[in-house]
Design a protein around this ligand. Structure first.
Ligand SMILES: NC(=O)c1ccc[n+]([C@@H]2O[C@H](COP(=O)([O-])OP(=O)(O)OC[C@H]3O[C@@H](n4cnc5c(N)ncnc54)[C@H](OP(=O)(O)O)[C@@H]3O)[C@@H](O)[C@H]2O)c1
Length: 303
């Protein structure tokens, strides 16, 4: 099947396109700057929507995956940065809607990125898709993002929302940053370390997206997190043991708040113990349920 991937140039997008191709699907990446990336998939720009070649490709059944969005934890959340975070999600959906209106037909299924930030700070209680929304900025942003998606005028399309946890991959995100700290002998938990880190291995992330595309009964929100979330302290100790490096350096919360402000508070110092209840109900089988195995696979596997 043809799968149109918005944000396919990103961390999850590139891995997903690779996986889709390996499984005999055809990824078509739509990017703001398609020529910027040296990746071997069909890449087009948002302005190519009406072109005959695309019209032909979308005349059969196709899927859409939207993974666009400026990095949440890349920078301090100034007023300006918050606007970028909001526009790159909500306004991008409007752009995607215009793009799809020019296609010969609606997609069969549309998988939309969201995040477990939706749940806010939930301490150590179990959280699933029925749990309430949080009450911080990230919860507000993810809720607005999901609402904008639900309101898109795609009457015949099956809509799926993926609330993704912390994606573990060596290619970017949190893991390479932590490795730098461990290699400099300042590895350890951020803050007190009791906050939950609901993670998912990149391989399971892309497999789960494909599972939800292929499962014609899947609709609504799904948590994309491994079934066994761990505390930040547990994660730091596991990483230290695998790398054979000390994990005793605790980065104090006040320092993180000083450096990164509200962003540190909401993304590093608090968390939620998120469980993939609906994915399990839809018979998704994880490869990596244990954080130790996931990290060993990423860090010790010969590439
Ligand atoms: N990685 C994680 O751990 C994680 C966890 C939870 C949720 N998510 C969500 O999942 C989605 C994909 O994550 P990712 O880590 O793959 O993201 P990413 O690599 O940071 O970026 C994804 C894509 O978004 C587009 N983009 C970036 N900045 C933008 C801006 N200012 N305006 C419009 N588009 C912009 C880019 O596509 P083009 O430049 O090609 O247009 C980029 O390739 C994101 O929405 C993210 O919030 C990720």
């Amino acid at each position: 099947m043809n799968i149109v991937v918005f944000g396919g140039t990103g961390l999850i997008g590139r891995a997903f396109c690779r996986y889709a191709l390996m499984n005999n699907h055809v990824p078509i990446i739509v990017s703001r700057n398609p020529d910027r990336f040296d990746i071997p998939y069909k890449k087009i720009s948002y302005t190519d929507a009406g072109k005959p070649v695309l019209q032909r490709m979308l005349s059969d059944e196709y899927a859409v995956v939207n993974l666009t969005g400026a990095g949440i934890a890349n920078k301090r959340w100034s007023k300006q940065r918050k606007k970028v975070l909001e526009r790159s999600r909500i306004e991008m959906l409007e752009r995607i809607e215009v793009f799809l209106q020019q296609a010969p037909q609606e997609p069969e299924v549309f998988v939309q990125a969201s995040a477990i930030g939706f749940y806010g700070d939930k301490g150590d209680v179990n959280v699933d898709e029925d749990s309430t929304q949080g009450n911080n900025y990230l919860s507000w942003l993810t809720e607005e993002w999901e609402s904008a998606f639900k309101e898109m005028s795609l009457e015949d399309t099956r809509k799926v929302i993926i609330r993704t946890g912390i994606v573990l991959t060596k290619d970017g995100g949190v893991l390479p940053k932590m490795l730098t700290a461990y290699n400099a002998f300042v590895g350890g938990p951020l803050g007190v370390g009791n906050q939950f880190l609901s993670w998912i291995h990149i391989e399971d992330e892309v497999r789960a997206i494909m599972h939800l595309i292929e499962d014609s009964y899947a609709r609504g929100a799904f948590n994309l997190t491994a079934p066994v979330p761990v505390t930040m302290k547990h994660f730091a100790q596991t990483l230290g043991a695998i790398l054979d490096k000390s994990s005793f350096f605790r980065v104090p919360a006040f320092l993180l708040k000083l450096l990164f402000g509200q962003m540190a508070q909401e993304t590093m110092l608090t968390g939620a113990k998120v469980l993939p209840k609906r994915l399990m109900e839809h018979e998704f089988e994880f490869i990596f349920t244990d954080v130790d195995l996931a990290l060993r696979n990423l860090l010790l596997k010969k590439q």
